[in-house]
Design a protein around this ligand. Structure first.
Ligand SMILES: NC(=O)c1ccc[n+]([C@@H]2O[C@H](COP(=O)([O-])OP(=O)(O)OC[C@H]3O[C@@H](n4cnc5c(N)ncnc54)[C@H](O)[C@@H]3O)[C@@H](O)[C@H]2O)c1
Ligand SMILES: [Zn+2]
Length: 404
């Protein structure tokens, strides 16, 4: 992976939240520019302390290939406004949240682009979390048969997962991401400053994807995330994420940016190997997701965060790995301790999981999405591996419920 890194120290200002702006954090942050080849597409990821300005983004695209449309949601509109500055650039603001990740939102983006007179040489700039990045990149992939796309990721989940790798899409017929394309963004900006206003549940949701990546990457990365939690007074968030989590984590920005960087490098390397998810590498990123998706859907979409469901799913994958004897118990214990340190619910049965029949049905609908193969990713001695069909007795044991 070719990589060009510029390192320098910066003292930067970031608001604890958007209403308490201007708290001063002086920290040593490494700005990194990571470059990936995803099949025929090239993506550069920029991990940085501050939001990029329009000039910076335009410069990255170079020349005249830049007629921008900013796309954001009601919560990230203020970030889009900061990026826009005084420039006269059209902004398309969508309703926030997964329930608005629909065709109507895509149409709104397409209409804004048409009204603003963008052609194929237009550039969509999605400013937001995974919902905005999936929607903006999908709309870019079909507008005039494909225009340029840049993403400014503003959630932890977006930085470590959703914004990189080219999967785009929206929900239809009540099915998550049933429509989509592969269309990697040319540039992905990950400004830590943008996380200052992120609500705690969203931090917690993103942290689960970081934990997932750490399990796939190395025990060293697991240790790094454990150290991040241990730096807080109680060393564990069993009573919930502490209110000062965001401000303290951002103040010690170097640790956070290092973790984001490790996750981005790891995901980038996997996607480079398997850009269209046709092989057996990229599926590893689904660790915790088969059980997690089933929990999300039985609990009721949106009632439990994606990350909390994934964390519970990771705990189930540990159970399965132990039953199958593919992961040493010391490693599963380390993973469970990390999940506990961040305060995730890992017990079985999960209080929100509904009946075993509903849960099994939800597991089967995941199977439909994967052309009939229900694969589970489980931690291994080092990273993780896929295991195929399980019998009902094993599933019953793992979810802690009788299956009728
Ligand atoms: N394409 C992929 O590879 C991929 C991978 C993982 C997840 N996803 C998708 O990502 C989505 C989840 O992403 P998400 O968790 O970022 O959700 P999200 O985009 O809905 O963001 C969560 C909430 O935080 C708000 N928000 C975002 N940034 C903020 C900020 N800086 N300050 C204050 N509020 C802010 C949003 O408005 C929203 O209400 C799902 O739709 C999922 O399917 C895609
Ligand atoms: Zn996920």
């Amino acid at each position: 992976m070719p990589e060009d890194k510029r390192r320098f120290n910066v003292a930067y200002r970031v608001g604890i939240c958007r209403f308490m702006a201007d708290a001063l954090f002086c920290t040593s942050i490494t700005i990194e520019h990571l470059h990936f080849n995803f099949g025929v597409f090239k993506t550069s990821a920029h991990i940085m302390p501050n939001l990029p300005g329009m000039e910076e983004i335009a410069g990255d695209f170079g020349g005249n290939f830049f007629k921008p449309l900013l796309i954001c949601d009601t919560n990230t509109e203020y970030l889009a406004a900061k990026i826009r500055g005084n420039a006269n650039i059209p902004v398309c603001t969508l309703e926030a949240g997964e329930s608005h990740k629909d065709w109507q939102a895509v149409e709104t983006i397409l209409r804004s682009a048409r009204d603003a007179g963008l052609g194929r040489d237009g550039t969509f700039i999605g400013v937001g979390g995974g919902v905005i990045s999936d929607l903006s990149a999908f709309a870019a992939s079909i507008y005039m048969r494909g225009c340029s796309i840049a993403l400014v990721s503003t959630t932890l989940l977006g930085m470590v997962d959703a914004s990189l790798g080219g999967k785009t899409g929206f929900d239809l017929f009540g099915v998550k991401n049933i429509v989509g394309t592969f269309f990697p963004a040319r540039h992905v900006y990950m400004p830590l400053e943008g996380l200052a206003s992120l609500p705690l549940p969203e931090w917690k949701s993103g942290m689960a994807e970081l934990i997932k990546t750490a399990i796939l990457d190395s025990d060293d990365f697991i240790g790094e995330l454990a150290a991040l939690a241990a730096a807080f007074p109680h060393g564990s968030f069993s009573d919930g994420f502490p209110p000062d989590f965001a401000s303290r984590t951002l103040a010690a920005g170097a640790e956070l940016s290092r973790c984001v960087s490790r996750a981005v490098r790891f995901k980038g390397a996997i996607v480079e190997e398997d850009p269209l998810e046709t092989g057996n590498r990229r599926v590893l990123l689904n660790l915790g997701h088969t059980f997690g998706h089933a929990l999300e859907s039985t609990a009721g979409l949106g009632t439990i965060s994606h990350g909390e469901a994934v964390a519970w799913g990771i705990a189930r994958s540990c159970d399965l790995a132990l039953i199958l004897g593919v992961c040493p118990p010391q490693r599963t214990e380390r993973i469970r301790a990390l999940l506990a340190a961040y305060g995730y619910e890992t017990a079985v049965p999960h209080p929100r999981m509904g009946s075993s029949a509903a849960f099994i049905q939800a597991l089967s609908s995941d199977k439909k999405k994967r052309s009939g193969n229900l694969s589970f990713i489980v931690p291994g001695e080092k990273s993780a591996q896929a295991v195929l069909e399980l019998n009902m007795d094993t599933i019953s044991q793992i979810i802690g419920m009788e299956i009728q």
